[in-house]
Design a protein around this ligand. Structure first.
Ligand code: ADP
Ligand code: MG
Length: 324
């Protein structure tokens, strides 16, 4: 459905998107997750034909986004990070204008606009000026514009930004509903938003795809590593042998401990294996004194932090969107 190959976008010497390749299949919710400046918006702007890549290829339903731009863009509804909303228009005027831009057939235009308004819950404010709407309603109008004409793919850049918790839940429900018939790609720098609704998470850092999997698999992937830390007072050779003979341990490392006559042990276990009790009794039966044991629970949050660590943090200022 969407095929991205070796996508690169350079701004001067800065690689906003750095050799990105991925595929998006029909009927799922995909999440682009990454800190500010990771390259999410740039990628979305390229996918939707708003900006051209420096190199690489994007195909939407087989249509090349550069060579066959109109056909490719027809398959996509897009809510950019800064929605192109006209404050002096009423909601209905704006959506009618958007329908013209999308060249929706005149006959069904009204019905399609109404359907989009119903789905996003803006019917009752359709005659109000956009500038007089709350942030939540403006976001919904942006969403209505994105889903107008019901394109197969809906791309939403940070759709939850600036919404209050109740509005976030509403938008989440709306996205879930949309995903029954559409492929949805949304971006966020907030993990909980992405993991709450996405079937598939793509973690982007420094313009690169650093992980791409289901939320469950990303979690268990990381759970498999770095799970237990011990401090044991005993003789090293025996400890080494014991750990070697314990099943469920993927790898371990024995380090000198600041504690007199003791060793610190770092154990990585398989999947969600919990070895705490087993190790406790094994050590005790060999008269090895367990001084400390700590299990680290690895959450998706940790995955995210680990995968994107050293990411530059950007200031509050908005980037110059002049070439959008
Ligand atoms: P995200 O959406 O993940 O926060 P962006 O795609 O907006 O990230 O930005 C990725 C990188 O590209 C950042 O370092 C940003 O400063 C840079 N960038 C984005 N747009 C422009 C532009 N128009 N000119 C110069 N640099 C840009
Ligand atoms: Mg962005």
């Amino acid at each position: 459905m969407i095929e991205v190959n070796h996508l690169v976008k350079r701004y001067g010497s800065n690689h906003a998107v750095d050799d990105l390749s991925f595929r998006v299949e029909r009927g799922q919710i995909y999440g682009f997750l990454g800190p500010n400046g990771a390259g999410k918006s740039t990628t979305m702007n390229i996918l939707t034909g708003y900006i051209a890549p420096s190199s690489g290829e994007v195909k939407i339903n087989g249509h090349d986004i550069l060579e066959d731009a109109e056909a490719a863009r027809k398959c996509i509804g897009y809510l950019p990070e800064i929605p192109p909303i006209y404050p002096e228009m009423t909601v209905l005027e704006y959506l009618t204008f958007a329908a013209e831009l999308k060249r929706l057939p005149g006959k069904s235009r009204e019905a399609l606009i109404l359907e989009a308004m119903e789905l996003t819950g803006v019917v009752e404010v359709q005659r109000r000026l956009i500038k007089n709407l709350s942030k939540g309603f403006r976001q919904r109008v942006g969403l209505a514009q994105a889903i107008l004409g019901f394109p197969e793919i809906i791309i939403l850049d940070e759709p939850m930004v600036g919404l209050d918790p109740k509005q976030i839940i509403e938008v989440r429900e709306l996205i879930k509903k949309l995903s029954e018939k559409h492929t949805v790609i949304l971006s966020s720098h907030i993990l909980s938003e992405i993991s709450a609704i996405c079937d598939h998470i793509m973690i982007i850092s420094h313009g690169k795809l650093v992980a791409s999997d289901t939320p469950e698999r990303l979690t268990s992937l990381m759970k498999g590593s770095a799970s237990l830390e011990l401090t044991v007072r005993c003789e090293k050779h025996g400890l080494h042998q014991l750990l070697k003979d314990t099943s469920g341990i993927t790898s371990f490392e024995i380090l000198d401990s600041p504690e007199q006559g003791a060793h610190d042990v770092l154990i990585k276990t398989e999947g969600t294996t919990d070895l705490r009790e087993k190790l406790f009794y094994e050590l005790a039966s060999r008269k090895m004194a367990l001084l400390r044991m700590q299990q680290s629970h690895v959450s998706l949050e940790d995955v995210f932090l680990e995968l994107t660590e050293n990411e530059e943090t950007e200031g509050e200022e908005n980037e110059d969107g002049s070439d959008l």
